[in-house]
Ligand binder design. Structure first.
Ligand code: HMG
Length: 386
């Protein structure tokens, strides 16, 4: 039985900062961001939009198309959880009016956990082929103002419906795994911005590519030459290039330059969104599917990395007819429709993110869901009447 991604939908913040603004105000050569990091823009959320409302916008597209029949599990992967106890998925369950007979859980391991969720979902479907699982990745990447991580912020959500006989990607059984207990990037409970040892984090990422690849091959995974495309976790898109260069060395690829060039279509969305943590590798997949001419029958590898650190490499085959299940125009429109903000507004919003206690958020989102603020220590989510 084939199991995999039956539908995939995206959402991101409705605001955007062009990195030339950040470069100008921090006295940085823009070439460092654009050529050095491979980043051009970063998505930013309004006050009344968070990981839950972003995820709800992405998931709604799937529910509108497929309904809720057979969905009995929701896995919400995030490292920007809004509560230490309650799963962000339960807030989402409420907003979308999902059936009560659903198991809902939040998963965490930095940028990696949506990949674990995908594999867990495949296990549920293997056991109960009529069931479907919603896997949601939603995050806001934030570093301190003025820090070297600042140009690698962003936000985004990806929702996926995992089922038997999938229309978008048939996931193959082999997976390469790699874990190492390191402190390359972390966010203690009392902080809203991440702490990072930036260059060390890149080094660990590269080590994990090698480790996961060897395990993938030992687990019976395809040879390098039999993989057509590689989608990487992209904290900034140049990281994917560095990672793939490394893999071409490790796997002794015949034509490394051509292989690195084939990453191009996987980086189009992330260049404009920035880091979306758990969603990033799936944005790379979406970017490939939306922007490459025809990838029918091609084998795609996904490399997922979460600091701390856990990595996994797995592959899938794109089935015939997948194009009919995409939302290419909607996804491009979503990025083009973001409102451009200036550096001053970006700074104000960054500082305001840290509000605590009871507060209302400004009405900024044009729906369908809003985070309205905090009352009696309870987050208020509302559906906006259309
Ligand atoms: P930095 O130290 O400011 O930058 O921080 P740099 O000096 O290393 O320069 C970056 C690149 O720009 C270099 O390219 C420079 O040469 C180039 P490279 O040599 O590496 O190819 N450069 C220029 N190019 C053209 N014209 C110029 C110019 N100047 C410099 N004028 C760093 C960079 C990525 C470390 C920082 O932004 C950071 O700390 N980011 C956050 C951490 C991160 O993204 N790490 C990636 C791996 S870890 C990961 O992916 C997990 C993560 O997503 C979290 C999670 O799992 O939850 C982060």
């Amino acid at each position: 039985m084939k199991i995999g991604i039956h539908d995939i939908a995206a959402a991101t913040g409705s605001l955007v900062l062009d990195l030339s603004e950040l470069a100008e105000h921090t006295g940085t050569d823009i070439a460092k961001f654009q050529r050095g990091l491979g980043q051009f823009e970063m998505s930013i959320s309004t006050e009344d939009d968070d990981i839950v409302t972003m995820a709800a916008r992405a998931t709604k597209q799937i529910i509108d198309r497929h309904g809720t029949d057979g969905i009995r599990t929701v896995m919400f992967a995030t490292e920007t959880g809004v509560d230490q106890s309650k799963s962000a998925g339960v807030f989402l369950h409420g907003l979308l009016g999902l059936p009560a007979n659903t198991r809902v859980v939040e998963l965490k391991e930095a940028c990696y956990s949506a990949t674990a969720a995908l594999q867990f979902a495949a296990g549920i479907v293997a056991r109960k082929p009529k069931e479907k699982v919603l896997v949601i990745a939603s995050d806001t990447a934030r570093y301190e103002l003025g820090s070297s991580g600042e140009p690698t912020q962003g936000c985004g959500a990806i929702a996926m419906l995992i089922s038997a006989n999938p229309a978008v990607l048939e996931i193959e059984p082999a997976a390469g795994l790699w874990t190492s207990d390191v402190m390359d990037f972390w966010r203690p409970n009392d902080r809203s911005t991440a702490l990072v040892d930036g260059h060390y984090s890149m080094q660990v990422y590269l080590e994990s590519v090698e480790g996961a690849w060897h395990d993938f091959r030992a687990a019976g995974g395809a040879e390098f030459a039999d993989i057509d495309y590689f989608c990487y976790h992209q904290p900034f898109t140049k990281m994917a290039v560095k990672a793939h260069r490394k893999l071409t060395e490790v796997a002794q690829a015949a034509n490394p330059d051509a292989s690195v060039a084939s990453l191009e279509e996987t980086m189009i969305y992330n260049r404009r969104i920035g880091n979306s943590y758990t969603a990033s590798v799936f944005y790379a997949l979406l970017s490939l599917l939306d922007n490459a001419e025809d990838v029918t029958g091609k084998r795609v590898a996904l490399f997922s990395y979460g600091s701390g650190a856990v990595a996994e490499l797995f592959t899938g085959i794109v089935p015939a007819g997948y194009q009919a299940h995409l939302r290419r125009d909607e996804n491009r429109r979503m990025l083009d429709a973001r409102t451009t903000i200036g550096y001053g507004e970006y700074r104000d919003r960054h500082i305001k993110f840290d509000q605590t206690g009871a507060y209302d958020t400004a009405v900024e989102s044009d729906g369908p869901y809003r985070f309205a603020g905090v009352v009696d220590n309870k987050r208020q989510y509302v559906t906006v009447a259309s």
